[in-house]
Design a protein around this ligand. Structure first.
Ligand code: SF4
Length: 694
């Protein structure tokens, strides 16, 4: 149920405004969401006067015990009668801030609202019933939060009164839910034992949970960090229209983010034309001394510039110090509404703010059925499903990723003249670096071969060779930073939790760049590797996404070669590696323009031939091995001085650690990869992941 108390919050002004945090509540409908919301409203004195007493009296007259969820039913009824209650969201005032609680009754509807911009959440409360523990529904809700990119999560274990406030039961559920969320890259800010019905742990601790040392629900709500208000973000004024008045050209639009000030230097994107704000117009026209000098996010304005440059609808006036990207290609997470599935190669119209462009779907990944909240592995997005897509635009558009600016980082998709979907922009690829958009006017088309990704191979190789020269004298951290600057679009770091991978992840964690961290879960890893995976996510607060083998491929493999057929022949071993690693790797790299891996030249004779930077023409990406020239001694020194988490098997003599059946410990005088596929000839041991595709 969704209700909103329509009492007016304090008016928002940039100076002295109370922080506003939007929090989505997810969890099974019977796990006590309504009870918790009713109790919270009571605790913060957010109920209409006399409402609680009236409801208690009604319950008593009917001989029914009072339930907090009755409050929401009653408020909902009043809303239905058009009285005091608005729908869909609940507002609370704590001493520190204003909170909007957003209920999430259905996955599909909620995902659609979030992704298309009807709702936004800065944080989440996941509610779990102590008598039932972590159920499939709970796991799906964790996945929902991951899909929406909600990083701040609190878990409440409700109905502790029904398990006699058993600390052991709480710890059991706490461990399970923390491990599940870690697998999704989420670290809960608190896991709180409560009885929403009795109030234990909601606004205050009681003797029933004397064994618990963490915050109450209200304290944890207050600890969530609010999103930055729009006026604190970099200036964005999407141009709606340009009017000519006498000799002035007035640029009209609504300030989406930041503030526009007379005298500000701006860039008009996507063309990147510089200008200065000459005036903010006012109607009716006023004395010069009374004309506005500044306008903030949310205000509609007309401005003039200090020079006569061509500006049109769809352009964006940006802060000159941090302009939007001028992009020909972008990646977005979208919700698709049209009955005809969205497929690679499909032509659609894209709207971003006031800009519009036709576009071709270049790639589709991670298509998800929101009802099941699990990846369906499809390469099309069916009606009412979610997926990540890469779009090639027919002309440059000014673009911000959603994480940089939620106000301008949204996209609307049109198909056959109707709105067919919408979503969040994940990354943009700069027009200047785009090699896929065809010849520019006045230039002769390159005759270079295009790979299956559409990226021009010759240009890619030229770029890799130029980068290799620059990278040779840089540190690993500088190499990564430079790659991020030079390669627009998706960059993937593949980790197998080796020492090299742990060093690279440590270097990445010091940066805020959008680099996806993925691992290939072959299903045959050591328990120690899975433990290190969870430990690493906790330490760095990152989600390490797992790619699993396709189920059908596994069935065929085992049918043909047996579960451990790799011991019998090299062909069977390569077949196993192909199903469990190589194919999932291709999915991990789909749509990527950069790939970071942990190879070092001295690891094996085979790797001597590899390079610091290579152009992977078939995949259409640049590959960087930032530790390529490091020695094992340098590696160990870095691990030790930064106290990095490492696989506990190293202490037992394991050096290069892969799948459990194919890895053994090595003797002190053996080369470090001697423990991998030890039954095969030394010269044939590479697994194909880092060499050529089998
Ligand atoms: Fe299969 Fe061994 Fe290769 Fe793992 S390392 S994918 S178990 S052959």
């Amino acid at each position: 149920m969704n209700v909103q108390i329509s009492r007016q919050l304090h008016p928002v002004s940039p100076a002295g405004a109370r922080a506003l945090v939007r929090i989505v509540i997810v969890g099974h409908v019977d796990h006590g969401k309504s009870t918790l919301i009713g109790r919270l409203l009571h605790e913060v004195e957010g109920l209409p006067d006399g409402k609680l007493d009236a409801l208690k009296a009604v319950s008593a007259r009917r001989g029914m015990p009072f339930e907090w969820s009755f409050l929401l039913d009653a408020l909902q009824t009043e809303r239905d009668q058009g009285i005091t209650i608005d729908t869909s969201q609940i507002r609370l005032r704590t001493p520190a801030r204003d909170i909007v609680l957003i209920d999430a009754p259905g996955h599909a509807e909620f995902l659609r609202n979030m992704i298309t911009g009807a709702a936004q959440a800065d944080a989440a409360v996941l509610i779990v019933d102590a008598t039932e523990g972590v159920r499939d529904q709970t796991r799906r809700h964790g996945y929902l939060l991951h899909l929406l990119g909600v990083r701040q999560v609190m878990v409440v274990i409700n109905k502790m009164d029904r398990v006699a406030f058993d600390a052991g039961k709480f710890r059991e559920i706490e461990t399970e839910i923390a491990a599940h969320l870690a697998g999704l890259g989420l670290t809960p800010s608190a896991i709180i034992p409560i009885s929403a019905r009795n109030g234990d742990g909601v606004a205050r601790h009681t003797s029933s949970t004397a064994w618990y040392r963490g915050p109450t629900v209200l304290a944890a709500l207050d600890a969530f960090v609010p999103a930055r208000p729009p006026h604190d973000l970099a200036t964005r004024l999407p141009v709606q229209a340009v009017y000519k008045f006498d000799d002035r050209r007035i640029i009209a639009g609504r300030v989406a983010s930041g503030r526009i000030r007379v005298g500000d230097d701006v860039l008009i994107m996507p063309a990147g034309k510089p200008a200065c704000i000459k005036s903010i117009e006012a109607w009716p026209e006023r004395e010069t001394s009374q004309t506005p000098r500044v306008a903030i996010a949310g205000q509609s304005v007309g401005i003039t510039l200090d020079r006569d440059i061509f500006v049109e609808r769809g352009d964006v006036v940006c802060a000159s110090t941090s302009p939007a990207a001028s992009a020909r290609r972008l990646r977005a997470r979208v919700f698709w509404l049209h009955q005809r599935p969205l497929a690679v190669g499909g032509h659609i119209t894209v709207r971003i703010g006031t800009a519009e462009s036709t576009a071709v779907v270049a790639a589709i990944e991670d298509a998800v059925d929101p009802g099941l909240l699990a990846s369906d592995g499809a390469e099309v997005i069916a009606q009412n499903h979610v997926g990540e897509i890469e779009l090639a635009l027919s002309r440059p558009i000014a673009i911000d990723p959603y994480t940089a600016d939620p106000n301008t980082g949204r996209i609307v998709l049109e198909f056959e003249g109707r709105i067919a979907g919408g979503g969040l922009i994940l990354t943009a690829q700069a027009a200047a670096l785009d090699t896929t958009s065809g010849p520019r006017p006045g230039k002769v088309a390159s005759t270079a071969r295009a790979s299956r990704t559409g990226v021009n191979s010759d240009e890619l190789r030229a770029k890799a060779s130029a980068l290799a020269q620059v990278f040779a004298s840089l540190s690993p951290a500088e190499r990564i930073a430079h790659l991020r600057r030079e390669v627009a679009g998706k960059i993937v770091f593949t980790t197998s939790f080796g020492l090299e991978d742990q060093v690279i992840l440590h270097l990445l964690s010091e940066r805020t760049d959008d680099i996806a961290v993925v691992t290939l879960d072959t299903g045959r890893l050591f328990p120690e590797t899975y433990a290190l995976w969870a430990q690493t996510e906790r330490r760095y607060g990152v989600r390490i996404r797992a790619l699993h083998p396709r189920h059908g491929d596994l069935e065929t493999l085992v049918e043909r070669h047996g579960i451990n057929g790799f011991y019998d022949s090299r062909a069977a071993r390569l077949a196993c590696c192909t199903v469990r690693k190589v194919e999932p790797l291709e999915r991990a790299l789909a749509g990527a323009r950069g790939w970071i891996a942990g190879l070092r030249a001295e690891q094996s004779a085979h790797r001597q031939d590899m390079a610091l930077v290579t152009a992977e023409a078939e995949r259409g990406l640049i590959k960087l091995n930032p530790l390529f020239d490091w020695t094992r001694e340098e590696l160990l020194a870095f691990v030790s001085s930064n106290d990095l988490p490492v696989n506990s098997l190293h202490a037992q003599g394991f050096a290069s650690i892969g799948c459990a059946p194919c890895t053994r410990a090595i003797a002190p005088d053996e080369p470090e990869r001697a423990g991998r596929w030890w039954w095969e000839e030394e010269s044939k041991k590479e697994c194909g992941l880092h060499s050529h595709r089998p």
